[in-house]
Design a protein around this ligand. Structure first.
Ligand code: NI
Length: 174
């Protein structure tokens, strides 16, 4: 299982590189990302969150048992968005923090699977939210970026605390 990096780890704040190697190792990494996500009780996990600065993420917003509704998106791009939704959003790199965030209600993505084959997938509601939240991770953006001021104010102290903790842990490991 991977360790999930917490804000403000610099890997979370950098633009990830495209995936170019579709060898057997890739499927193993994706498997391990699902495992890590389930263990943390998340519905989405992007590679940079586990220290891999590559353009890929996994989501499972379904009700069924895995592997039903598991989707791995490699080199994902937005095809189209529709509508709006505004509700609470969280992130495994910010344990316990939530803020209301405006997102499209429906999102169609195109991406490659673990064999390199392109596919399209459409999600609504939570799945649409996960698609764009995780895509942001690949561009070095985290969900606390571009919050509305009243939402940011609620998190400000917790974010300062996370920065202090990160500094402390880093000083200790050096
Ligand atoms: Ni996240």
């Amino acid at each position: 299982m991977y360790e999930i990096l917490r804000y403000p780890d610099p890997i979370l704040l950098k633009v990830a590189e495209p995936v170019t190697d579709f060898g057997p190792r890739l499927a193993q990494v994706i498997e391990e990302m699902f495992f890590t996500m389930y263990h943390a009780r998340g519905v989405g996990l992007a590679a940079p969150q586990v220290g891999i600065s590559r353009r890929m993420y996994v989501v499972n917003c379904g009700e069924g048992q895995p592997p039903e509704s598991e989707i791995a998106l490699i080199n994902p791009e937005i095809v189209s968005v529709e509508g709006e939704q505004y509700s609470d959003e969280g992130c495994l790199s910010f344990p316990g923090l939530y803020a209301k965030k405006l997102r499209p209600a429906k999102v169609t993505m195109k991406a490659q699977d673990v064999t390199g084959k392109w596919f399209e997938v459409t999600g609504e509601g939570l799945l649409a939210r996960a698609f764009v939240h995780e895509l942001d991770h690949l561009d070095g953006k985290v969900f606390v970026n571009d919050l509305e001021p009243q939402e940011y104010i609620k998190l400000r102290k917790d974010l300062e605390q996370m920065k202090r903790e990160y500094k402390r842990e880093h000083a200790r490991s050096r």
